[in-house]
Design a protein around this ligand. Structure first.
Ligand code: HEC
Length: 116
C-alpha cells in the first residue's frame, strides 16, 4: 500500500496539474534532444550547421523539407555521397525530421546568437 499511495494521491489530486506541466517540459526536452543529435553533424558541418568554405555544405537555415529529403535520399541510396550515405543510415525518420527542424530554425548568416 505504501508504494501505491503516492501514485493514488497523484491520480486523485495532482493529475490535472501534472498533465498541464507535461507539455512545456516535453517541448523543451524535444528541442534539447534535437540539438543533441544535430550536434553529431557539427563535426563536419560546423556548429549548428554553419560550415565554412565549399568542401562541406552549410546546413543552417535551409528548409526543413529540403534537409529531410536530402537525408532520406542519402539513406535510401538515391543520392550518392562520399560519407553521408553511410551516416544517414544511422538515423531514424523521426531523428532526421528533428535534426532538419532544428537546423532549419538556425540563422543562415552566423553561428553567433543561434543557440536556440
Ligand atoms: C564526417 C563528416 C560529416 C558528418 C558527421 C555529417 N556530414 Fe553531412 N555531408 C558531409 C559531406 C562530405 C557532404 C557532401 C556529400 C558527400 O560527399 O557525402 C555532406 C552533405 C550533406 C547534405 C547535403 C547538402 C547539400 O547541399 O546537398 C546534408 C543535408 C547533410 N550532409 C546533412 C547532415 C546531417 C543532418 C548530419 C548529422 C546527422 C551530417 N550531415 C553529418 C559530411 C558530413
Amino acid at each position: 500500500m505504501k508504494t501505491f499511495f503516492p501514485a493514488l494521491l497523484l491520480i486523485m489530486t495532482g493529475m490535472p496539474a501534472a498533465l498541464a506541466q507535461t507539455a512545456p517540459v516535453q517541448a523543451v526536452s524535444d528541442r534539447q534532444f534535437a540539438r543533441q543529435i544535430a550536434a553529431t553533424c557539427a563535426g563536419c558541418h560546423d556548429t549548428n550547421g554553419h560550415a565554412q568554405g565549399n568542401a562541406i555544405p552549410s546546413l543552417a537555415g535551409r528548409s526543413r523539407e529540403e534537409l529531410t529529403a536530402q537525408m532520406q535520399a542519402f539513406r535510401s541510396g538515391a543520392r550518392p555521397g562520399t560519407i553521408m550515405q553511410q551516416l544517414a543510415k544511422g538515423y531514424s525518420s523521426e531523428q532526421i525530421d528533428a535534426i532538419a527542424a532544428y537546423l532549419a530554425a538556425q540563422s543562415r548568416e552566423s553561428a553567433k546568437g543561434s543557440q536556440q
